[in-house]
Design a protein around this ligand. Structure first.
Ligand SMILES: NS(=O)(=O)c1c(F)c(F)c(S(=O)(=O)CCO)c(N[C@H]2CCc3ccccc32)c1F
Ligand SMILES: [Zn+2]
Length: 262
């Protein structure tokens, strides 16, 4: 019988890390209870300003596939919303399920989505490198966008077409001139925001999460290509499909989720 207060250090097969970071009281992901969120009239519109020229490569790191951006200058930045400083885009990635019934990390009133996009940014006013910001409270800002199955997403197709080239873990290909703004929903003024953490190691409590209320649509076939990726490298005998690469939800611990809309 587990002693009260003892942390359940269950090892989630996916992340090989503790599910609840010891002492963590602002862990992610969470369920967003819409009626418990608090409208904050001081929240500004989000103003992303991305330069497709900073897009550099796409790679499979054995957790997800990442599209990486050159973050050595302030060319692709996120400002506004709940943010006081400039945040530089460093990468975006997705989380998805083995079926369309689940796959997102965050949920809205327990509603699961088949996938979730995360655009990872770091505070370039306060820090000089991502690795520094990742250890600091509010060093990072991650935009979350839910994906639903529907019409084909024309902008996503350029990315889907290159995924077979990064099928195995540690494969990298050059990927340029991709405008990440094409993956944002039409309405980016309506969002929820809360103080949380990375959902993969190092699970640091450094993230201002900005979760879009409006989802984007991708086709069934486009999402099926995500599932053709592998967690395993080409050398490994047993190949494992890259699916269910999401973390289980974490306790809210009294945090308030603010909304930019009523
Ligand atoms: N859901 S999430 O937004 O918390 C998140 C991920 F889910 C995720 F998988 C990754 S990763 O780079 O693929 C794996 C590294 O842990 C990152 N990458 C971040 C975390 C650590 C790190 C270090 C260097 C560059 C990017 C990242 C991430 F921020
Ligand atoms: Zn993520």
């Amino acid at each position: 019988m587990q002693e009260a207060g003892e942390y359940t250090m269950k090892m989630h097969p996916m992340w090989q890390g503790p599910l609840v970071a010891p002492g963590g009281n602002r862990q992610s992901p969470i369920d967003i209870r819409v009626r418990k969120s608090v409208f904050d009239p001081h929240l500004k519109p989000l103003t992303p300003d991305y330069d497709p020229g900073t897009c550099s490569q796409i790679w499979n790191n054995g957790y997800s596939f990442l599209v990486e951006y050159d973050d050595t200058t302030d060319k692709s930045i996120l400002k506004g919303g709940p943010l006081e400083d400039n945040f530089r885009l460093c990468q975006f990635h997705f989380h998805w399920g083995e079926s369309n019934a689940w796959g997102s990390e965050h949920t809205v009133d327990r509603r699961l989505f088949p996938a979730e996009l995360h655009m990872v940014h770091w505070n370039s006013n306060k820090y000089s490198r991502f690795e520094e910001a990742v250890m600091e409270e509010n060093g990072l800002a991650v935009i979350g966008v839910f994906l639903k199955i529907g019409k084909r997403h024309e902008g996503l197709q350029k990315l889907v077409d290159v995924l077979p080239a990064v099928r195995h873990k540690d494969s990298v290909v050059e990927f340029t001139r991709f405008d990440p703004a094409c993956l944002l929903p039409a309405n980016i003024d309506d969002y929820w925001t809360y103080a949380g953490s990375l959902t993969t190691p190092p699970l640091t409590e450094a993230v201002t999460w900005i979760i879009m209320k409006q989802h984007i649509e991708v086709s069934h076939d486009q999402l099926a290509v995500f599932r053709s990726l592998l967690f395993t490298s080409a050398e490994e005998e047993v190949q494992k499909s890259m699916v269910n690469n999401f973390r289980v939800q974490q306790p809210l611990r009294g945090r308030t989720v603010r909304s930019s809309f009523t």
